[in-house]
Design a protein. Structure first.
Length: 290
């Protein structure tokens, strides 16, 4: 199967078989970000001209080679590829393997980093997944969310994209003085999140409300609150849901909806991660206390 396409900052020429699409973000309408998780068939090749940034995770490849800047990078183990704006890369493989790809368009990079894509300092590299386990975790988190119906919406993928951009930017950028939100901005965001817990929220929404760029928001929010916007919103939803459960005025299913979770299952998983308790356990404790 030969395919040629241009999207999200990539010009791609693909020659091979796609055995299965485990998930992709085509129908999610994410602004300037694309994700796919596919099984590629045996024997194929791809050429990529990059204008945005590409993060890829290859799982269980039998024999895979990336060609970049007159050098070959060979792998027969899980590996991670990072392509910077302007990179021209080709790859070949033998044997089926799973490939997770996150593509970030140039305009989205600029919104998230507050600099032009070519000034982020991100460099093309190919490394064993063992040396960058955080990248594997983040890409898998997007896949799990998509397979589950995307309960965390655009907020999760925006947070992952922003984190990866920061991770692979040059040390000089990372060591800059980290900005903080003004007290008025922090108060506005705190009130906005509290009033809209049942609605989808994105980094773009928060940045626009505070009157700052997305790049500034991402850096300043964590410096001001100690956690990322994604973590803050999840915890706020959990704490609000716990209050509703302890009041005893609604069923757990109703609580999940009112607190902004897609369903009871998602709320239960988030409760265990944040409180190390299930919603039903919170309800039992509330009944005993009453």
């Amino acid at each position: 199967m030969k395919l040629e396409f241009r999207d999200f900052g990539s010009d791609i020429s693909f020659d091979g078989d796609i055995k299965a699409v485990l998930c992709d973000s085509t129908r999610n309408g994410w602004r300037g970000i694309y994700f796919s998780d596919v099984i590629l068939g045996a024997n194929g090749r791809v050429s990529i001209e990059q204008r945005g940034v590409h993060f890829g995770l290859s799982l269980r490849p039998r024999d895979q080679t990336f060609h970049y800047a007159s050098q070959d990078h060979h792998f027969n183990e899980d590996n991670i590829s990072v392509l910077h704006p302007g990179a021209s890369v080709s790859g070949t493989w033998t044997g089926e393997f799973r490939n997770l790809t996150l593509k970030i368009a140039p305009e989205t990079i600029e919104r998230m980093a507050d600099v032009a894509p070519h000034r982020t300092g991100i460099q093309t590299q190919f490394v064993s997944a063992r040396s960058q386990s955080a990248v594997e975790y983040l890409l898998r988190a997007i896949s799990v969310d998509l397979e589950g119906g995307c309960p965390h919406g655009a907020l999760l993928v925006e947070s992952v994209a922003s984190t990866l951009i920061r991770m692979f930017s040059t040390p000089e950028r990372d060591h800059r003085t980290i900005p903080r939100l003004r007290s008025s901005e922090a108060a506005l965001l705190r009130d906005l999140i509290a009033s809209r817990l049942s609605e989808p929220l994105t980094l773009s929404h928060l940045a626009e409300a505070a009157g700052v760029s997305m790049g500034h928001l991402v850096r300043a929010f964590k410096a001001s609150f100690g956690v990322t916007p994604y973590q803050y919103i999840l915890r706020a939803r959990v704490l609000y849901a716990r209050e509703l459960i302890e009041s005893g005025d609604a069923s757990l299913t109703d609580v999940a909806t009112r607190a902004g979770f897609t369903d009871l299952s998602q709320m239960s998983k988030t409760f265990r991660r944040v409180l190390d308790l299930s919603p039903s356990a919170v309800a039992r404790q509330a009944r005993k206390g009453g």
